[in-house]
Structure formats: structure tokens, C-alpha cells
Design a protein around this ligand. Sequence first.
Ligand code: ZN
Length: 224
Amino acid sequence: MTVAESILELRRQVAALHAELVRNQLVAWTAGNVSARVPGADLLVIKPSGVSYDDITPANMVVTDLDGKLVEGDLAPSSDTAAHAYVYQHMPEVGGVVHTHSTYATAWAARGEPIPCVLTMIADEFGGEIPVGPFALIGDDSIGRGIVDTLRAYRSRAVLMRNHGPFTVGKDAKSAVKSAVLCEDVARTVHIARQLGEPAPIARQHIDSLYDRYQNVYGQEPRA
Ligand SMILES: [Zn+2]
């Protein structure tokens, strides 16, 4: 597949995956975005800024380089493009990035509290707790740097940026969307569990064996 063919295919995939954010109730208004790395090129495909999810089409997705500069498209790229681009620049194994302000995950981010590994699904998908990244303002590479520095220190594919919300990564955009959906789901369940008591931790060796089995059963590579 040529780079041009990949871009066409990724425009279709990334546009369709934005509907999953809506379907899974992860987004309000236009605040959430999916991107995909273009294989074999220092490019990414991402949502344009400020476009309603109902109006997203393959044709209005935008292509930028890994500095977030517009390469192809009529609209400005998402204001989160710099953070996505920084992740692709520094984590070559990542092929997809998702950012939302999904309610429960963002509530944990508001408290600056990691989601503890108290469910087998958390061990399966995230390999341990879902960590909190630093407080960072939009405008330079501090959000991207905070995401990468935190993800490198954990097995998790999700990071809760402090006072902001979750970013998830995957081997491709679909995998990153799946992690965003599961991150919100476990954030909600653990929040509810907390209402009547302290959720019981899972022993480290059980977390390791759950994570290893799930990654192998589902044919996924670590954090991919
Ligand atoms: Zn945000």
C-alpha cells in the first residue's frame, strides 16, 4: 500500500472511530479526538478542530506531520494535535492515540488519583493501575511530554492527565479507542465500588498472569 492509499484508508477509519466516541458516550460537544499514524511516513491523520461529530467525514479529516503542521486538509487540525504528534514522535510502537474528557475517568483526573488495579479487566487491559500524568497546559509540548513520560513508567495504555482527562494509545487507532472505552468503564465501576467500601487489591503475581494471558490470547503486543 502506498502512503497515499494508507492516508485514504486511515481517513475512513479515523472518521468512523469518532462515531464510537459518541456511541460510547465518551464525549460532550467536540471535546474528544482520535488520530492514527500513517505507516511508512512521518504523518498522522486526525479530526479537524471544532467540527461536530455529526459532520465528520473521511474527506474532512486532516493530515499533519509529526510536528503537528498541516500537510493535507481544508480545516485546522484538532487543538490537541501537538500532543498526539509528540506521542508518535517518541513512541514508535504507537499507531493510534485517543483523547477524551469522559466523565468518570476525568473525575479521577480531577482528584489526581490513579485508578487502582482492583478488577481483572484493569489487569488484562492496563497491566496495573491507570496512572496520573502531570498538570500541563496546551500550547507547547508539555502535554505530550507528560503523556509519554508517564506511559513509559507503566504498562498502562491509558494515562489520566491531571485536572484534564484520559489519553490512550494503541497499536492502531481502533485499539486506542477500545482502551478509551475500557478506561471509562473501569473508572465508573471502581468509582461505584468506592461508595460502599474500599475495593480489594489484586496480588501483583495475579495481575502479571492476567496481563500476560490477555495480551497473548488476544494476540496483542505490549501496549499495542
Ligand atoms: Zn482535553
